[in-house]
Design a protein around this ligand. Structure first.
Ligand code: PEP
Ligand code: MN
Length: 344
């Protein structure tokens, strides 16, 4: 339920509504706009309805949110889109951001070379994993703290904010020292205790869609982060499991306009992990930008043949500038502002 307060409602009236909601074991999420304050009541709907808050002083009206996700729903923000700001970059609303970098941090030379390339091409953020979710426990698992140190160095040199994954809550302490955005990998989308912990960091979170998760399940997962008071959540479509085996996963681009209808949160697309093949990455990137994605996260490597992981899908550094230019152009055609600007 969403309790919309009257214009000019007093703090006392707001506190009173919050108290009543909490009295019945529900929680209240306050969202203060320029003119109006909206209080989201989270918990048992019937109990909140029974409070008769329509009649409480300062309350204008009540909007029931029928979806199981509340804070993520379009209704919760009254149609206003969330823009997540990360350093100079903005994602969501009118803003499009390109996030690029290696799958995993391998070495100083590789990380800095890729970081310089993507920065020069106008990318808005650098991606790179220090903790890698690998299918096989015998595969390279990431450089850990040493990887974080290399990302820090790349950030200091290029000025690009860093997006990196956390798989285990025990690593959060180290990761928050470096990360500007914390990635939740597809395999952890339903790790609810991790999501709650990450919500409490207050850092922007890039939440990837699980391999077989519905959009509703993705939105419910985002709710775990939002309910901690962290509204800097970006959703990421990265391909889902289907019967098709010609490529790694099926990129569900219908998710982009569909999520836009269901949620105010920014929607990012990862064409690299969906495709698994570099020749498919550019066409899918352009399609994602055309579909209205708020951002793209893509893998780039200076020597893809020798990459420790995901080499076949990595864009080589020497092709990245043209790739970025084309992606930005399509995003602009779709009505977005990009770091290159329309005239660039
Ligand atoms: C990644 O971004 O490197 C990654 C492992 O992605 P996903 O969780 O989508 O497989
Ligand atoms: Mn990867």
């Amino acid at each position: 339920m969403m309790i919309v307060m009257k214009e000019g409602a007093t703090q006392e009236q707001i506190d009173h509504v919050v108290e009543r909601i909490e009295e019945v074991g529900c929680s209240a999420h306050i969202s203060k706009g320029e003119l109006l304050t909206v209080i989201g009541a989270i918990g048992d709907r019937d109990r909140v309805a029974a409070l008769g808050l329509e009649a409480a002083p300062g309350v204008d009206h009540i909007v029931p949110i029928l979806k199981p996700y509340k804070l993520a729903s379009t209704q919760f923000r009254k149609g206003q889109r969330t823009v997540v700001e990360v350093g100079d970059a903005k994602v969501g609303g009118d803003y499009f951001a390109l996030i690029a970098g290696p799958c995993t941090v391998e070495s100083r030379d590789q990380t800095l070379t890729v970081a310089r390339t993507v920065a020069d091409a106008g990318a808005d953020m650098l991606r790179g994993g220090a903790y890698k979710p690998r299918t096989s426990p015998y595969s390279f698992q990431g450089l850990g703290v040493e990887g974080l140190r290399l990302l820090q160095e790349a950030k200091e040199e290029t000025g690009l904010p860093v997006v990196t994954e956390v798989m285990d809550a025990r690593d959060i302490e180290n990761v928050v020292e470096v990360a500007d955005v914390i990635q939740v990998g597809a395999r952890n989308m339903q790790n609810y205790t991790l999501l709650s912990e990450l919500g409490r960091t207050g850092l922007p979170i890039l939440l990837k869609r699980g391999l077989s998760a519905t959009l509703e399940e993705l939105l419910m997962a985002s709710e775990y982060i939002l309910k901690e008071g962290n509204d800097k959540v970006m959703l990421c479509e990265r391909g889902i499991r289907t019967f098709e085996t010609a490529y790694r996963f099926t990129l569900d681009l219908l998710a982009v306009p569909t999520l836009r209808e269901l949620t105010h949160l920014p929607i990012v697309v990862d064409p690299s992990h969906a495709a698994g093949r570099r020749d498919l990455v550019k066409p899918m990137s352009l399609a994602a930008a055309a579909a209205g994605a708020d951002g793209i996260i893509v893998e780039v490597h200076n020597d893809p043949e020798k990459a420790i992981c995901d080499g076949p899908q990595a864009l080589p550094t020497d092709t990245f500038n043209e790739y970025a230019e084309h992606v930005f152009r399509v995003a602009e055609v779709a009505g977005k502002r990009t770091s290159r600007g329309v005239e660039a």
